[in-house]
Each structure stands twice: as C-alpha cells, then as structure tokens.
Design a protein around this ligand. Structure first.
Ligand code: ADP
Ligand code: MG
Length: 629
C-alpha cells in the first residue's frame, strides 16, 4: 500500500538522535527495559479496559514476546495489548516525545546518565534508537473498526505512517540493530538483560522456546514414557511475593523467594514485609542477612522496582545508610522508571520512604524482642551491628532502639541499657556519682585485665564488633552520668575512682629505688613506670594505655584528622604493685644484675599476658626463661 502520510517529528532541532545516542551510550541496554515495559503497560491497559466494560472483545492470554533474528539483524518486541491507531501514533510517539526537545538541547550537556535524560524528556520509546538505525511499529488498535498502522523512522526526524500488516490486536516493535550494537543480537545477551529487568514483570514474557519432557503413555512393559515437546520459554514470575498479602504467605515462601534472589546465600535471619499506600505507594520485602565480615560484598543487595520493572540496585538514597546491608526488594510506582541520582536526592517522597523504612525496621525489631527475648538474643550477634549502626547514625531510630538494643558482657549475658545500669550501678559508681561501664574489645588479649576486674565484682562488656568504637562514644553521649573505660586502660582497682586508697608498704626511698630498677630493665621509649599501692593479690606489673590517649590514637588511625596524635609514639603506663611480694623480693635481691633480671622478667610476663610481647623480644624472653629454669 502507498504511503499515507509523511511528516516531520515536531522538534526544532534538526537531528536529535545522534545526540541521544551519544549521551545514552553507556547504559544502552535499557532500550529493552523501556520497550518491554511499554508492551507490558499496553497489556495491562487492555485488561483494565475489559474490566471496566469498555472492551468486549477477546482478551486472549496476555503475552509479550521478545524475539531475535540474527540473520536479519532484528529484535522484535510484540504484545497483545491495546494497540494504537495511526492518530494515536502521531499523538503519543511523534509529538509527546519531543515536546521538550528545545529544552532537551539546552540541557543535555549537564545530563549525567541516560536515565536522567530519558526520565526528564519522556524518551522511553526513543531509547530504541540507541541500538537501532531503523525502527518500525506495526500496530492494531482494540477500537472498533480500527485499521492496522505502520510507522517507520530511520533515526532522522523524518517518519512515515502507512497501512500496517498486523491482523490481531496489539503492537510489534521491530528494531533494525545498528552495526555498533550487534552484541544485542546474541540470545544470551538478551536473556541476561531480560532476566535483569524483567524477572518479575506482571505479564508473561516469552523469549524463544524450550524443550520439556511430557508423559507419553506407557511402553510394552508398562513403564511410563515421556516425549520431548517445545513450549514457550517464559522468563518471568508474574506474581512475586511482594505483590501478595503477608497473610497469604508462609515462611517457606519468603525463604524460597530469598533463594531466588540470592541463589548462593545462607538463609536470612528474618524479614519485613513492607506495604504502604499513603502518602506514597510502596511494597517490598526486606531481609536481614547473616552478617559476614566482608561488608562491601553485601552492599547493593536491595533491588528497586517500579511496578515490577527492575530499576536499579543502587538504593543509596531510598534506604537509610545503616540498612544498606539488608537484602530484598522495594517496589514503588512513585519512583519513575527512569529514575536518576539527582531525582532521588531531590524527591520528597524518597525522604518519606526513607523514614518509613527506618520506622518499620524498628517496629519489627521491637516486636521480635518483645515476643521472644531468647530467640532475639540468639540473633543479636548478627543484628546488633545494624541496630548499633542505626542508633549511632539516626536519632529517630535511636529513640526506638534504646529499648531493644542489647549490651553483652564477657560471660555472654545480654542486658538492655536499662537493665545494665541497674546491674552495675551499685558496684561501679565512682566518687563523683558517675557510673563506669568497663568494656573489652579483645577478650583473649585482655583476659588478665578482665579477671582482675571480675575479682572486684566489676562487669565487663564486650565491644568487639566493627561499629563498637563509635557505639562506645554514642553511649557516653546518650547515657546520663555514665562513662566507658576499656578494661586495660588502667589497673583494675583504679578503673573506678572510689577514693579508697590501699597504702603502699614501700617507703619513699624504696619506691624510688624500685622505679629506677624497672626503668632500667624496660629501657624503651614511651613507657612510664609508676609505683602504686594495690591489693597484694593483684598482679605485680600491669602495662596499660590511658583511655583518653588510646581513643585519640584510634581516632587518628581512622582518619579523624588528629594528625598530632597520630604521629605520637605509643605511650604506656607500667604500674608496679608495691604491695606485691615480688617487689619485696626484687629489693632484697643479691645484686643489681639479679634485680634487673627479675624486673625484666616481670615486665615481659605482663606484656606476654596482653599479647604485646612479640618478635626478638619474645625470643629473648623465652631463652632467658629457659635459663632461669
Ligand atoms: P511512556 O511509556 O513514559 O509514556 P514512552 O516513550 O515509552 O513513554 O511511550 C510513549 C507512548 O507511546 C506510551 O505512553 C503509549 O501511549 C505509546 N506506546 C508505546 N509503546 C506502546 C505499545 N507497545 N502499545 C501501545 N502503546 C504504546
Ligand atoms: Mg515507556
């Protein structure tokens, strides 16, 4: 049939497609996402029209079909949706797309990604020109008496509309793939893209066929036979669990879905089903994974969808930072398909989504805590990290989490913040009325300190996770009249200043003499000897680093900008327990050599107990000890 209409796409700029191509090149695979979701939309629309009684014809089985012809170098996307009349093509394809064309040319220079351009200028359909140099539409509208129509465009601003060849309702888009984009003619490549964006689309997506075995009667011996049959290869699940009501789902359903999303992961600890329709629409399922050490591997595991079309797994602005380690899906039609970074940052819905998720997560944790405290405690080593991170970084979350956050001590007992204060306040309050929480970040290394503290009935908290450095400071800020001290920041009896001094049995002269002996024996910069009067039961020598000094050093190490402290050498205090009988023995030793040897041995033992004796010093200690035996 002859051409019915020729025309120019209404646009002020001569040739916009080369511009689109150039700027969209980086993620050109999204052409398939755009065209397939248009096809899905068309199918959804005809279903809705039928439901409303505005279409009374046959619906047929809703289907979108993607096919590739390597010889012809074409990719075809066809649907049995509502179709378009020639008028509608003009309206929806020719005019609307470029209504903002002059603005587009103004701004394209600043565009950072393809999504930004497509989103802002409604170029979904035109993304086809990123991979094709000729695009053809064949379509037949559902409307009574509609004629099939054809639209062809070669990537210039010229198009042709003529009579089409479709005999059934729906639309076929044929892409004549350009030379630079031939990678998309690979079945494997297309399958990969369809899997990425279309795995959960609400309409069946067919891509080629596959062979399956079907029962085929029995053979002579009565054994069941099978035969190979070709069936449609449907690549998607049309009703993923997040679209269903939680009441209709079993735990197994949630676990199965998790396995489908992350085939090689361990089972998650628990999950939260999100479902909100005001003031924005959002559904989804978020899973709490078992935390692994390699955090970065676990990030970007939340997938963002818009009406079941996959958008991105960079959900940085939608999900609060502290929940970035969660897994799962979020689906919101309020987030446009072609979402861009700058959109997310500016959008007020996104901020609301963020605080909604924070609230839901807090509610879920609170529920778990109240329902089954024991089970909650068992999960604490995994969820503690999220909770502490959340408390440190989001005030609103902290307000809720302070009731279900747990502190764990070195005996592996768990307490809420409230309970812990009650537990320790009688024994661990200093002379100024401040409660001192004592913690260990490395119970193996600090065992001798922990035991000494326990002897004084002090409790020692475990603070050995990645976030605990920050959490310790957070607790100090939030808890009234409370300070935290690491168990090895001083000798046990000085951890909490109670104004009850044990007198030293040494005279002033003897103290000076002992200090001199130890100074000489240690003979290393950064160590300061101090003679203290402690309980005779306590260790003769203890090497400590002051809490304040250590925190400064930690901060410098984490890049806290305290260059001054970072460049400082380590500075340790060597506390000599003047009341220990070993000190008396040293004073009474035969000669200075013997004194030095005993002192050196005592210091090395203290260092050894804290895992601080290594290398040549350790070797020297061992040979000295062998000789002593
Ligand atoms: P959007 O999908 O955001 O509206 P597009 O550029 O992707 O923008 O599509 C423009 C319009 O073209 C659609 O809104 C729809 O009216 C029409 N259209 C595109 N593809 C199809 C299709 N397969 N069937 C029916 N109409 C379609
Ligand atoms: Mg679209």
């Amino acid at each position: 049939m002859s051409i019915e209409e020729k025309g120019s796409i209404s646009i002020h700029t001569e040739n916009i497609f080369p511009i689109i191509k150039k700027f969209l090149y980086s993620d050109n695979e999204i052409f398939l996402r755009e065209l397939v979701s248009n096809a899905v939309d068309a199918v959804q629309k005809i279903k809705r029209l039928a439901a409303l009684g505005q279409y009374n014809g046959e619906l047929g089985n809703p289907l979108v079909e993607v096919a590739v012809d390597e010889a012809e170098k074409t990719i075809t996307i066809s649907d049995n949706g509502l179709g378009m009349t020639a008028e509608e093509i003009k309206k929806y394809i020719n005019q609307v797309a470029f209504s903002g064309a002059s603005e587009f040319v103004e701004k394209f220079k600043d565009a950072k990604d393809a999504n930004e351009i497509i989103g802002k200028f409604g170029l979904g359909f035109y993304s086809a020109f990123m991979v094709a140099d000729l695009v053809e539409i064949q379509t037949l509208s559902y409307q009574e008496g509609a004629e099939p129509a054809k639209w062809v465009c070669d990537g210039s601003t010229e198009f042709e509309i003529s009579a089409g060849n479709r005999t059934s309702r729906g639309t076929t888009i044929i892409l004549h793939v350009n030379a630079e984009s031939e990678e998309f003619l690979s079945k494997h490549k297309l399958e990969e893209i369809l899997d990425k964006y279309g795995k959960f689309l609400p309409v069946p997506i067919k891509f080629g066929t596959k062979t399956v075995q079907e029962p085929d009667g029995e053979d002579e011996e009565g054994k069941a036979k099978t035969k190979s049959v070709e069936v449609d290869n449907i690549i998607n699940t049309t009703n993923p669990i997040w679209t269903k009501a939680p009441a209709d789902l079993s735990d197994q359903d949630y676990l199965d879905f998790y396995k489908q999303l992350y085939p090689f992961s361990e089972d998650p600890l628990f999950w939260i089903h999100l479902n909100v329709d005001y003031p924005f629409n959002l559904t989804g399922v978020l899973y709490f994974p078992k935390v692994k050490n390699d955090f970065d591997m676990q990030r970007n595991k939340i997938k963002l969808f818009s009406r079941q079309v996959f958008i991105t797994d960079e959900v940085k602005d939608i999900v609060p930072e502290f929940l970035m380690l969660l897994h799962g899906v979020i689906d919101s039609p309020d987030i446009p398909l072609n979402v861009s970074r700058s959109f997310l940052q500016a959008d007020s819905n996104v901020k609301k989504i963020n605080s909604y998720i924070t609230k839901k997560v807090a509610d879920k944790l609170s529920e778990l805590f109240n329902k089954d405290r024991k089970a909650y405690e068992e999960k604490w080593s995994d969820i503690g990290l999220f909770v502490k991170y959340g408390m440190v970084s989001e005030d609103k979350f902290n307000d809720k989490a302070k009731d279900f956050a747990l502190l764990t001590n070195t005996k592996n007992e768990h307490f809420t913040l409230e309970e812990y204060k009650e537990k320790v306040k009688d024994v661990q309050t200093d002379k100024n009325g401040q409660v001192i929480y004592i913690y260990s970040n490395d119970p193996a290394k600090q065992d001798s300190f922990i035991q000494s503290a326990n002897k004084l009935d002090y409790d020692v908290l475990l603070m050995n996770s990645a976030i605990d450095n920050h959490f310790v400071q957070h607790l100090e800020q939030k808890l009234e009249k409370t300070a935290l001290k690491r168990v090895d920041s001083s000798v046990a009896s000085k951890l909490i200043d109670k104004d009850e001094n044990v007198e030293s049995v040494l005279t002033e002269d003897q103290s000076k003499q002992v200090a001199a002996i130890f100074d000489k024996a240690i003979n290393k910069p950064g160590y300061t000897v101090e003679i203290v009067g402690l309980n005779p039961e306590e260790l003769p020598v203890t090497v400590t680093m002051d809490e304040f000094m250590r925190r400064m050093k930690d901060m410098a190490q984490m890049g806290g900008g305290m260059g001054f402290y970072g460049s400082m050498p380590d500075s340790y205090k060597v506390a000599i327990n003047g009341n220990h009988k070993l000190i008396g023995k040293i004073l009474k030793a035969e000669n200075t050599e013997e004194q030095g040897l005993l002192a050196k041995q005592a210091v090395d033992l203290a260092l050894l107990a804290q895992g601080m004796l290594t290398g040549a010093e350790l070797t020297a200690f061992v040979s000295r000890s062998v000789e002593l035996i």
